[in-house]
Design a protein around this ligand. Sequence first.
Ligand code: SF4
Length: 76
Amino acid sequence: MTTAKLQILRYKCIACGLCLSVAPDVFILSQADGKLTWVKTPNFNDDVQLVTDPNLLTDIALQMVGVCPERALSIG
Ligand code: SF4
């Protein structure tokens, strides 16, 4: 199982939380702008974020991509 690189187009994120239910140990909603961010950068507020994390395996990342209603997620 390989580690994924997940690209978050945060300007598209509507903070619905659906992808958080897939990987709650890796992601949170940012304290700065309420949008999806890596758990280790809780105040992130840029438009785009690339995340690699040992707990973010490719199959988990693909599930996240699949549930996002705004197409804000992709695998890089
Ligand atoms: S599923 Fe998409 S819109 Fe919802 S919180 Fe995740 S990235 Fe944002």
